[in-house]
Every structure is written in C-alpha cells, then in structure tokens.
Design a protein around this ligand. Structure first.
Ligand code: TXA
Ligand code: MG
Length: 318
C-alpha cells in the first residue's frame, strides 16, 4: 500500500473522483465534520484497502455514507426513533446505527461482521454530490493513520496518507471540525458525542438519550481511550502552563476560541492540536484550558481526554 501516487483533486474533478470510487479506489473527501477516506462499501477489496491504508485494526466497523434517507433505508431498518432523528438532522453531523436489512449488499468488512451498520447522510455539498455521482454507499472512516488526529484539511490528509491512497478532493477546511455524533437505535442511546449536540437529539426525541460510552471495548463504538495521540503529553482543565491551548479568557500559545464560542472551538480543535504538538519539543507539557460540558463541549472534552489519556500501547481505532 505504499508509494502509489496520490492525486489531489478539486471540486471541478468530482466526476473523476466518483469514477475512482466506482473503480474500487480510495478517495478522501471533505464532509462538514472531518475528511473521510472513502471506498465503495459493497466492494470488499476496496474496504480492505481502507484498513490497510490507515493501519487500522479490522475489528473496528466503519460508517457508511449515502446521499439520502431513502438510500439509507435500502441498507438498514429504521425504527421510530431512528426515523425521527434522520428526519430532524439529516443531512447533518449525526450517524445512526441500525439493524442491517436483507439484501443490503455491503461488504461484511464494513460492519466488522456486526448485524448493525452505522449510516450517515453528510450535509457538505461536495460530499453529497460525490455520493450521488458515485451511486454506491461509501464507507469512510476519518482519513488519518490509525491512532492519529482526524483531518480537517486536505493537507492533514496528505500528511498521513500521501502515497497510501489514490486521491483526495480538496474543498477547504471542515466547518464542524469534530466527527459525527453516533447514536444507536432500538433503544436510542449515545455511542459517541460529536458534531451534533446531545441536547438537540434529546429535544427531537422528546426523551433523554441513554449513554453507552464504554471505552476500551472495540465492538461497542466509542473508541479505545487513547485514540487521538499527539506526541506531547497533555493536561486538561488548566488555568496556566508553559504551552497553553487556551479557550475564552484563558489565553495561551493558541486559543480555540477567544470569545468562548464552542462552535469555533470545535472547528479549530484538530488543527490546533496538530499545531501545538509541533510547538512542543522534548518534554514540554501541553496545558489545555477548561471547556464547558454543554453543547459541542461534550465532544470537544471527549476528544481532548482521549488525547490526554495514557498511551495504551495496544491497537487504537479510528
Ligand atoms: O464524522 C464522522 O463520523 C467521520 C466522517 C468521515 O463521516 N467518520 C468517522 O468514522 O469518524 P470513524 O471510522 O473514524 O469512526 C467510526 C465509529 C467507530 O468508533 C466505530 O466503532 C463506530 O463508528 N461504528 C461503526 N459502525 C458501528 C456499528 N455497527 N455499531 C456500533 N458502532 C459502530
Ligand atoms: Mg477516526
């Protein structure tokens, strides 16, 4: 998987990118959350190539991207909660896990042999156009090497996967900046906090959402605890430090959002984690300012605490 030539494509090359997906190639593309590494989800060889390119353990299932709820319902059975959430939030930054439907046609590698599948209809215009043109369900984990921070620009994608994938469509930075919220249905429960706040999900459901955030259990989604691994050690909820990642009034080398805006902080999170990791040399500790646990703050704190977790040394997901 090394040293294939990776083409950088633009929005003008979408038909070409769609053809590459149809031909079983690996193409990274932007969504409103993060860049995904796409492959035809029905093509087992192409899906296997995703795992190989990322160096990802194969027990970890992938999210399948489709252009519409109708396309999603060809793959999985949606119960009332799943339908309510899809109607309220698709297209958008939430993935729904639902039971596979007979005749779904997906490679079993996509679901890692589970009888459920995680599906998402992204809102990003280019992503939706690409999915429509490709005409196949597209499996797409975040387009980073396993264990590294999710990419929010095409340059981030290339820094990890250049020479390992066939192409990347560059359409600028991702607006949301953290991965989708993942909700299992039947019964509805939160598997991963993400780009859509839990408060919004609960308001649409009309009842509280259960939680199933069991870390270190690869068949349940969440991820292993140490997932986003900067080289430098990080400490959270700090008021000061030699190398500060600030938020609001706590200033530092970089600031996620001086005005304390959680949307801005999410959009900046992964870029700034990369930048501050590059600024840290030797034993420098990265200190991160406190971030409130409301709205997107839940997802931001989740990603930061994974980055700050002691390294497990074992396999990571994502
Ligand atoms: O925003 C996102 O979700 C991005 C963009 C590219 O769409 N994708 C992404 O995918 O973050 P990935 O592969 O890095 O994360 C997929 C997560 C994993 O934690 C996995 O365990 C969970 O989804 N997952 C996938 N299928 C599942 C299933 N059938 N049941 C439970 N969890 C599942
Ligand atoms: Mg990931």
């Amino acid at each position: 998987m090394v040293n294939i030539s990776t083409k950088t494509l633009s929005a003008a090359d979408l038909a070409k990118a769609a053809k590459m997906l149809q031909d079983g190639k690996l193409v990274a593309f932007p969504t409103e959350t993060v860049y995904g590494l796409g492959a035809d989800a029905r093509n087992g060889t192409a899906v296997a190539a995703i795992y190989a390119a990322k160096g990802r353990p194969s027990f970890n299932p992938l999210i399948v991207h489709v252009p519409s709820l109708e396309a999603a319902q060809e793959l999985a059975d949606f119960d009332d909660d799943a339908l309510a959430l899809a109607q309220a939030f698709w297209p958008g930054p939430v993935s729904l896990v639902a039971p596979l439907k007979a005749g779904h046609g997906l490679s079993s590698l996509v679901t890692a042999g589970l009888d459920t599948v995680a599906i998402r209809v992204p809102e990003h215009a280019l992503a939706r156009d690409l999915l429509t043109l490709a005409g196949c369900p597209v499996a797409a984990p975040s387009a980073n090497l396993s264990g590294q921070i999710s990419p929010t620009t095409a340059a981030h994608v290339l820094s990890g996967l250049q020479g390992r994938i066939d192409g990347v469509v560059d359409d600028g930075p991702c607006a949301v900046g953290v991965e989708s919220t993942i909700v299992a249905t039947n019964p509805a429960r939160l598997l991963r906090p993400g780009g859509l706040p839990v408060e919004a999900l609960e308001a649409a459901l009309g009842h509280p959402l259960g939680r199933d955030l069991t870390p270190d259990k690869p068949s349940a989604p969440g991820q292993l605890t140490s997932h986003y691994a900067p080289r430098a050690q990080m400490r959270l909820n700090q008021k000061d430090g030699a190398l500060m990642l600030g938020f609001g009034p706590v200033d530092g080398a970089l600031n996620l959002s001086r005005s304390g805006d959680l949307l801005e902080a999410a959009a900046n999170l992964f870029s700034m984690m990369r930048q501050i990791d590059d600024m840290a040399d030797g034993d420098t500790l990265i200190s991160v300012a406190p971030i409130p646990m409301t709205g997107l703050g839940l997802a931001i704190n989740d990603r930061l605490s994974r980055a700050a977790a002691p390294r497990s040394g074992g396999a990571t997901t994502g």
